[in-house]
Design a protein around this ligand. Sequence first.
Ligand SMILES: Cc1cc2nc3c(=O)[nH]c(=O)nc-3n(C[C@H](O)[C@H](O)[C@H](O)COP(=O)(O)OP(=O)(O)OC[C@H]3O[C@@H](n4cnc5c(N)ncnc54)[C@H](O)[C@@H]3O)c2cc1C
Length: 394
Amino acid sequence: MFIFFHVNFVLRLKLLILWINLIKKILNSLHKQQKIVNFTKKMKKIDYLIVGQGIAGTVLSYSLLQANKKILLADPNLPNSSQVAAGMFNPITGNKMNKTWLADDIFPYLHQFYAQLENLLKVNFLHSKPIYRPFDSIEKQNYWISNSVDVSHYVNHNFPKNKYNYLLNNHFGGLEILQGGNIDTKILLKNYQDFLRKNDFFVETEVLENDLIFEKNKVIWKDIEAEKVIFCRGFTEKDSELFDFLPFQPAKGEILTVYLPNLKSDSILNKNVWILPIGNDFYKIGSTYEWIDLSFTPTKIARAHILAEANKMIEILEQDVVNQEVGVRPATQDRRPFLGFHKEFPQIGIFNGLGTKGISLAPFMAKIFVNCLVLGQKIDTLLDIQRPFRKYSP
Ligand SMILES: Cc1cc2nc3c(=O)[nH]c(=O)nc-3n(C[C@H](O)[C@H](O)[C@H](O)COP(=O)(O)OP(=O)(O)OC[C@H]3O[C@@H](n4cnc5c(N)ncnc54)[C@H](O)[C@@H]3O)c2cc1C
């Protein structure tokens, strides 16, 4: 009897323990599931994480917002090239005074794009200004006359002939270029960032490649789940792990701000260097090109060079200089932007390589990139990072 009772008791106890363990397991699994649910609940789902808020990240993210996409832009707010840039756009450039690459597409679009952004932000940063380009010889004047048909609509044929007589050497006359001007990049970038912050579209931090988790058709970064991450990191991209194979050729540039109360010019003057009126008798003058020293340190050599060239147009003294700034342009060896996606990780894109013309190129390039992202249109081979790159020989 006692034995029977004992066996029964042991069996019951075992059964009870089994039940307890089973219940524990069920509770545990429920708890785990709850954790997963909470974790996914905490994840913020967006379409695109944009890394870097120079002109590239700014223009691309705004273009994506216009296409009703959910974005988040991350930038640690370190000095960048876009803030230093004079922000000029000029349809006729180079020694040969040619129409700049894609000018007929880029120029109408940039005016419309920046005007829309001004409207959204309720600030004024787009300034249309004539650009005066004095000829430095009779040959240049003749060359221009015989080669100007293609660019005729970018030129003012009727400006008063004495308008630029205040210049030191204006013996051969010159061109007044239309559809040019400048963007006040500091105002644009600051106000756009304020707008993003107000809408929870901005986070002030660096995005480290090691913090990205690649999953099928998405990328996880901290508590963000993005369909794609687009890098707009300017010239620093050349040292990245993901895109270090791209042939960047960064170019340091220096720029001066001068105070010239007697000049009273509303036009941009352009001969070897440019002199850009920025209001209240201040002017920006620049710039220089340096490919070896890519530090952010201003140099005496650059300052002297800019002043010497500017003095060929108007008299400027050393004491007129009130500021000297440095930036590094994300230039490329074939002088074409870098648009496209990583071969191995197609969830990772790049929008970069805007070089010396970020202001004028960015809106049209962003349009091409967004058409690819949203409508699946192909990126032109000239721009796509999958294009064949010739080996660089210095
Ligand atoms: C002296 C000078 C004058 C110029 N003048 C003109 C001009 O008149 N007209 C013109 O069109 N162009 C001009 N340029 C060129 C112009 O500045 C560039 O084309 C343009 O600024 C490039 O923009 P970007 O956004 O690609 O790069 P950047 O402006 O350098 O921006 C890159 C951004 O990426 C961020 N970033 C980098 N790494 C990370 C990371 N890991 N996580 C998050 N963020 C990151 C940086 O903080 C930075 O804000 C000039 C350049 C210089 C230097």
